[in-house]
Design a protein around this ligand. Structure first.
Ligand code: BGC
Length: 734
């Protein structure tokens, strides 16, 4: 396994070196043009069309309706069809029964694994380990590419500061810098070394743009922010994904500055294409074009198609607007056929790059499918990444790690659950393949564990409490697994309350009253507000939805087989009233002072979160010296920062050394801190190490008063630490 991991890392490293902005391959240009010259307008529009197929509870259904659309050339791309058998049959229709034999693209939401399910993306973002994240995306892509697919609607890179929004589970949390690093890592993992490899898919960066900032955290809601905010906080992850080579981009459902992203020429054409040099194709979100009628910016669907297409949209997902109206729009001169040609070329280029014209069935090898999916190797990687994604939020009196001899009571609605553990957007994952917490513990301890469900995740029934309390009294330690159901996060799953649903909090608090040590294992898709549990529990592990290997990974951490390293990618509020809450806020003219009424604060709650961004404990302790900073002004190391980190505890452990800066005076207000770099360092007990960071000039730059990106001379505070609150500091004048 060790050698294998090393080899995988070397492969990933070489991929990293190759990752660059997507460029359609010049050698296919002639073929693309020749094919285009043969196409009728209808066939061209067919290439701009993407339809879903049907996947019933028992398997795929092939309807004549969409087979006919493929046959006539009206539909050039499909999604939600996977498995080699299903895909092969549909591809056969495209390449054997159509006039021009153009192969189909097959897309699917492979968000955190295809069959081997990895932690939900927000959970995985807690590992702050880019190699692990890249590997997870790569395995997901490899499995999907072995099951007929060639395109995934991932990564989702929407920055979000609002845990009410259910889709925070799909992203990398609240931070722009961390989000951009993760976006690039995921693209590298998905697209592999080279498009066309049978271990790679086309990535689709979504949801462009600013989908993560809906007003009041309600999905699909309006987004209203200044361009400065958009560019500074929300855009960098999309751009990083494009820079890393993402071949496709999906627009978002929301409007921005009054224009739906689906029809927003400024976003698609000016910024994405012209400023960033994106050369792949743009696809709408599901019926996003049709929805512009509801937005109220067009009078009917035909106009919606024109607005979207002329804004730069290449492909219509599911809405059939292009199919129904685009030809008429060309006739009326509202859409230019020359622009349709450009859009078709973008799509054909990618089909050539994937090698589909040479072998349309290259992703349909049933044997590869069998040997790749859920392989022992993939499961081992999932277990490793899952344990890296767990965040230790509290550990009073060294409750954790547990001693093997202690008698455990396992309680809670998620203690033996499997179906919720694979989370929302679980690809082709199967709950039966998932290791529950109970199974993980029993396997590790080699004994059965008294397990009591006690209540459902979201009910008012407390009739199971007495049995749980009895079990607790007879145990040395209580592990209680509580959280959300998978459908409580993800799309269309905003919550106005972000507490533990149902009577779960009451269950935990009653267990705490027994006086026994209580270890709370949280399984959820968003930051939760749990102040009472934060106060009363002995230990708390945030495990998110870890996927297939969840139970094994949690057991590894509970028993100290793995010393936790996870760090929160999003602040956990004390109450929903603090939302949006994020670490990189501005100072204001009246910065928070708990002793002064006339400052920016609440009269009934602290300003600080329950747990800040970047926070996570270890079974050992780390101390940070004061950082030193020197200006070398070279290209790669404009400023060099060094800090001594020491392991002051009794175990070996890994700390994520975080570096934040603050520009003390700017032509526009600057955040009180911004993450600019981080490194993970493993230290033996008593060991100290100097960690050095090279910051570039870009790290000190921002959108100045005149909206030009650049640096302003002055004094900067440099902060280092193991989370965004406990920091050691120095200053530097540049
Ligand atoms: C979601 C996208 C997803 C698409 C296709 C939409 O509802 O917003 O994230 O990729 O469906 O499944």
């Amino acid at each position: 396994m060790r050698t294998h991991t090393l080899i995988t890392l070397l492969i990933l490293l070489s991929q990293t070196l190759f990752a660059q902005k997507y460029q359609p391959s010049l050698q296919n240009e002639k073929k693309v043009n020749a094919l285009l010259a043969k196409m009728t307008l209808d066939e061209k529009i067919g290439q701009l069309t993407l339809y879903t197929t049907d996947w019933g509870s028992t398997g795929p259904t092939i309807r004549e309706g969409y087979k006919n659309d493929i046959r006539s050339g009206a539909c050039g791309n499909l999604f939600n069809s996977h498995t080699t058998e299903f895909v092969r049959e549909l591809q056969r229709v495209a390449v054997e029964e159509t006039r021009l034999k153009i192969p189909l693209l097959f897309g699917f939401d492979v968000i955190h694994g295809y069959k081997t399910i990895f932690p939900i993306p927000l959970g995985e973002a807690s590992c702050w380990d880019m190699n692990a994240i890249e590997l997870s995306a790569h395995i997901a892509a490899k499995e999907a590419a072995a099951a007929g697919l060639n395109w995934t609607f991932a990564p989702m890179v929407d920055v979000s500061r609002d845990p009410r929004w259910g889709r925070v589970m799909e992203g990398a949390g609240e931070d722009t810098y961390l989000g951009a690093q993760i976006a690039a890592a995921r693209v590298r993992g998905i697209q592999g070394k080279k498009l066309g490899g049978t271990d790679a898919l086309l990535a689709c960066v979504k949801h462009y743009a600013a989908y993560g900032a809906p007003v009041a955290g309600r999905d699909y809601n309006t987004v209203d922010m200044s361009e400065r905010f958009l560019r500074e906080y929300y855009m960098p992850p999309y751009q990083a994904a494009v820079e890393a080579g993402a071949a496709t981009v999906m627009t978002s459902f929301n409007d921005y500055d009054g224009v739906p992203a689906t029809g927003n020429k400024y976003l698609i054409d000016n910024i994405l294409r012209k400023e960033w040099g994106f050369k792949g194709f743009v696809v709408s979100d599901y019926t996003g074009i049709n929805e512009m009628v509801n937005h109220g910016v067009v009078k009917d669907e035909k106009e919606a198609g024109e607005l979207a297409f002329n804004a730069g949209m290449d492909m219509d997902m599911q809405g059939s607007i292009f199919q129904r109206f685009l030809k008429q729009s060309v006739k009326e001169g509202k859409v230019r056929e020359a622009d349709i040609n450009l859009a078709v070329k973008r799509i054909l280029h990618l089909k050539y790059d994937l090698g589909l014209f040479d072998d349309p069935y290259k992703f349909c090898n049933a044997e590869r499918e069998k040997s790749t999916l859920l392989s022992a190797e993939n499961r081992a990687a999932a277990r490793d990444i899952s344990r890296k994604s767990i965040v230790l939020l509290k550990n009073d009196n060294q409750t954790l790690p547990l001693q093997k001899g202690k008698k455990v009571a396992l309680i809670g609605p998620l203690a033996a659950n499997k179906s919720e553990l694979i989370g929302n957007w679980n690809g082709a994952g199967n709950a039966n393949d998932c290791v529950s917490l109970r199974e993980g513990l029993e396997k590790y301890l080699g004994t059965t564990i008294n397990t009591i469900e006690a209540c459902q995740v979201n009910s008012t029934d407390k009739s199971g409490f007495p049995a749980a309390l009895d079990a607790a009294k007879n145990a040395d330690v209580i592990i209680v697994a509580v959280g959300e159901t998978a459908m409580m996060s993800g799309e269309a799953a905003a919550r106005a309350e972000i507490t533990l649903p149902g009577v779960q909090e009451d269950l935990v608090l009653q267990l705490c009253q027994t006086g026994k040590p209580v270890v709370v294992v949280l399984m959820n898709g968003r930051p939760l507000a749990i102040p009472n549990i934060a106060e009363k529990a002995s230990a708390i592990l945030e495990t998110w939805w870890l996927g297939t290997e969840a139970g094994n990974a949690i057991t590894d951490v509970l028993y100290g087989e793995y010393n936790p390293t996870g760090k929160l990618p999003m602040s956990f509020p004390r109450t929903v009233g603090q939302v949006p809450i994020y670490y990189n806020h501005k100072s204001t003219g009246r910065p928070y002072d708990p002793n002064s009424k006339w400052t920016s604060k609440y009269i009934d709650q602290l300003n600080s979160p329950q747990w800040p961004f970047g926070f996570g404990l270890s079974y050992t302790t780390f101390e940070f010296g004061a950082p030193t900073a020197k200006a070398t002004l070279s290209k790669d190391a404009f400023v060099q920062v060094s800090v001594t980190v020491s392991n002051t505890g009794k175990r070996a452990g890994t700390e994520t050394v975080q570096l934040y800066i603050r520009d003390l005076v700017g032509s526009v207000t600057r955040p009180v801190k911004e993450l600019k770099s981080f490194q993970q360092v493993t230290l033996q007990p008593g060991e100290s190490r100097v960690v050095t960071f090279n910051l570039s000039k870009k790290d000190f730059s921002f959108y100045r008063k005149n909206m030009r990106f650049g640096m302003e001379s002055g004094t900067f505070e440099i902060m280092t630490g193991g989370d965004s609150e406990r920091l050691t500091r120095t200053t530097i004048t540049l």
